[in-house]
Design a protein around this ligand. Sequence first.
Ligand code: PNS
Length: 161
Amino acid sequence: MSTAVFPGSFDPVTTGHVDLIRRASRMFDRLVVGVLVNSAKQPLFSKEERVAMLREITADQDNIEVSSFEGLLVDFVKEQHADAIVRGLRTPGDFEYELPLAQANHKLSVQADTIFLASAPEYSYISSSAVRELLRYQADISGYVPETVLRYMREHGVVSN
Ligand code: PNS
């Protein structure tokens, strides 16, 4: 059985992430979405909230699991008995950032091979950091995040409409 890990901070998960997760899930028997817990950063959403939102969004797909992890990605990859890491590329800048990361992960563990998926062009400007910035100015983020996330934000008073 082939397994891949799709890691990220997902703070919050965007429509671009969801598109990549769905496409990656068609390439592997099992896809584990790994939510990074970075204790050095104060996230917009807690680990539990990010995991819950991702679980709800991917509930219709049996071969997708969502878990959180702390520490090195390669250790999470081993723990999940995964064959690959999948990362999305939106821009050439993403590739410049991702290539050394992929190489460092490969050096840490030969099991941790990274596969890059090109994002669909309609999502290439979307990022979690852009969403957080827009929220700071109470700007409209519809289209940036899935309906589940918008609903969650309304329920928790992060957005008002
Ligand atoms: O969504 P992000 O924030 O771009 O995801 C980054 C992520 C989670 C893939 C990356 O920060 C990561 O793997 N962090 C875990 C620590 C690690 O293994 N770093 C690589 C060693 S150089």
